[in-house]
Design a protein around this ligand. Structure first.
Ligand SMILES: Cc1cc2nc3c(=O)[nH]c(=O)nc-3n(C[C@H](O)[C@H](O)[C@H](O)COP(=O)(O)OP(=O)(O)OC[C@H]3O[C@@H](n4cnc5c(N)ncnc54)[C@H](O)[C@@H]3O)c2cc1C
Length: 160
């Protein structure tokens, strides 16, 4: 099968605008860890099911061990947090609390507590499919990631 050119693939994929989340979990020593991710997808409403795609690393090890993760959807002022949890800045001191055994960041626009039900390995990533045991949200605007850059809020609403 023919494969898309890697640069064209990356640039075309960047045209799919997403929100930005920080995945959180407790590692095998009980320490909180976090990782920036935009691969969050809702799969079904009943039961409430989501997935995230996570590359090998500390967060991958933490979710594999605990079988749980939190999804913290960042607010539009969350660019520094996103960079921090992507390993690109050490300047921010993230504020979080442990809620129901999962680290929860302050001031997020939504939070999902997720229990892993299934994993699928795809090259160097794993899809962690999970049922949502709890979630909540507020009406603040989210951070948006589009064309490899952060943007404020979702833009102007248009008719559905
Ligand atoms: C917009 C965007 C979307 C992304 N989407 C994805 C995706 O969907 N899937 C994917 O696999 N990768 C994604 N990445 C890349 C991913 O965020 C980085 O590769 C990440 O650094 C890997 O995390 P890690 O747990 O392996 O590494 P680590 O380096 O262990 O952790 C990442 C950073 O978080 C900090 N950190 C971790 N825990 C804590 C804590 N308790 N307190 C304070 N700081 C802490 C660390 O200091 C480090 O700087 C995305 C990056 C960006 C910018």
């Amino acid at each position: 099968m023919q494969r898309a050119d890697p640069l064209a693939f990356r640039q075309a994929a960047s045209r799919f605008a997403t929100g930005v989340a920080v995945l959180t979990a407790l590692d095998s020593h009980g320490e909180a860890c976090g990782m920036t991710a935009n691969s969050f997808v809702t799969i079904s409403l009943s039961p409430p099911t989501v997935l995230v795609s996570v590359k090998s690393g500390r967060m991958h090890a933490a979710i594999s061990a605990s079988r749980r993760y939190g999804v913290n959807v960042l607010p539009e002022q969350g660019g520094a947090l996103s960079r921090h949890f992507a390993g690109r800045s050490r300047g921010t001191d993230p504020d979080y609390e442990i809620v129901e055994g999962l680290p929860r960041l302050a001031n997020c626009v939504a939070f999902f507590a997720c229990e892993v039900t299934r994993t699928i390995d795809v090259s160097d990533h794993t899809l962690f499919i999970a049922e949502v045991s709890e979630c909540d949200y507020c009406d603040d605007l989210p951070l948006v990631f589009f064309s490899s850059r952060y943007h404020l809020g979702p833009g102007t609403p248009v008719d559905r």
